[in-house]
Design a protein around this ligand. Sequence first.
Ligand SMILES: Cc1cc2nc3c(=O)[nH]c(=O)nc-3n(C[C@H](O)[C@H](O)[C@H](O)COP(=O)(O)OP(=O)(O)OC[C@H]3O[C@@H](n4cnc5c(N)ncnc54)[C@H](O)[C@@H]3O)c2cc1C
Length: 307
Amino acid sequence: MSVTVDRELVSFCAEVGATGPVAVRGAGTRFEVGGPLAPETRVVAAPAGIREYRPEEMTVTVLAGTPVAELHAALSAAGQRSALAERGGTVGGALALGEDDLRVLARGKVRNSVLQLRYVSADGVLVKVGAPTVKNVSGFDVGRLMVGALGTLGLLAEAVLRTRPTPAVARWWCGEGIDPCAVRDLARSASVVLFDGTTTTLQLEGHEVDVDADLVALGRLGAFRACEGPPPLPPHRWSLRPSELLRLDGHATGSYVASIGVGTVFADRPQARREPPAAVRAVAARLKAEFDPSGRLSPGRDLLAAH
Ligand SMILES: Cc1cc2nc3c(=O)[nH]c(=O)nc-3n(C[C@H](O)[C@H](O)[C@H](O)COP(=O)(O)OP(=O)(O)OC[C@H]3O[C@@H](n4cnc5c(N)ncnc54)[C@H](O)[C@@H]3O)c2cc1C
């Protein structure tokens, strides 16, 4: 089996080659993030399939073209899941985008869930970074650099991801006039706390006894009622300091839903572009020059504009 997979990796590497502008398309659900590709760019697909799942080690080795839904179906057989959001995309696309799932407080950050990556470099070489163990030696972690880089530093072929147990229970609650920060502080089993200026909505997940205990404690803050899920999320994703979230008044955002303790706001209107500091631009330019001196990987994508 590994011979077949290695053949797939080698053929992906050959397809990317060493010259000419090239990018990977996953399921195409967020393909325009960061701006359109330069017109002459060759678009290729990463190989798909689950290579090795070790539930007892809580790791899974998966090829980048695998749909996240397929990965999660395999993990759920052993009562586990990954940090990746399941919204129709592929593993490679989710890593290249690097956006965390709404329930990041429980699922963990996508970047932190990557243990090892294999990617095709700008000179067409298959590179392995990281190690397939949960207790990695820390240092200069190239794998984490690739997360959120939109395929501008390397084209992802395979990942070893950390998995987590699926909670025994997961329930949504909401209520009006309740301080969302107090909810976040009090409810240790909260996987997400959302606030739209009026209603606080949260999901509690974990062992039933912990969820029940949190619910009793939350009763001190106000009256909660069970609900089906999160409110509809407006389309634009803003990034703010957590301290700025509660100062939102809807003037700039239109209607909004803020994710408390995370720094993400889903808003009706797009966030005004903020110029990244010169030092950030300089580091990004140096990294790009180091990883992709000829600028052939995903040309046209503006990483700093996307984030
Ligand atoms: C309306 C909508 C909202 C969504 N919101 C969220 C959200 O808030 N959070 C979230 O996590 N997910 C969200 N998703 C899901 C998201 O689209 C996927 O989880 C994933 O991020 C994109 O996967 P894809 O395969 O469709 O990528 P694509 O759209 O095909 O590609 C996205 C980017 O990744 C690059 N890329 C793809 N594969 C590779 C690879 N192997 N190597 C290098 N670069 C690659 C592409 O070149 C492109 O730049 C949303 C989806 C939709 C439709």
